[in-house]
Design a protein. Structure first.
Length: 81
């Protein structure tokens, strides 16, 4: 796997919001460098979970259990499954 970042660390500044659509690994090089630079970060897990929640709601007509969905995704990614 490549561990490259699409953004040079030198341009990351405190107060920036950095979003990475990649969800595996949980913490990409971009997110690590952004955190180190004092940025607020959003993991690709949020995109993954919210897309799934939208699909769940379209198919079932029920409110998606987003917190439970996020927990399962994070646990599975941490365990390597």
């Amino acid at each position: 796997r490549r561990r490259e970042s699409p953004v040079p660390a030198s341009i990351l500044k405190p107060g920036m919001i950095v979003f990475d659509s990649v969800y595996n690994p949980l913490e990409t090089r971009l997110l690590k460098e952004a955190k180190a630079a004092g940025c607020d970060v959003i993991s690709g897990v949020e995109l993954f979970v919210n897309q799934a929640a939208g699909q769940f709601e379209l198919w079932t007509g029920k409110k998606a259990p987003i917190d439970a969905m996020r927990q399962v995704v994070v646990e599975k990614l941490k365990s390597g499954v």
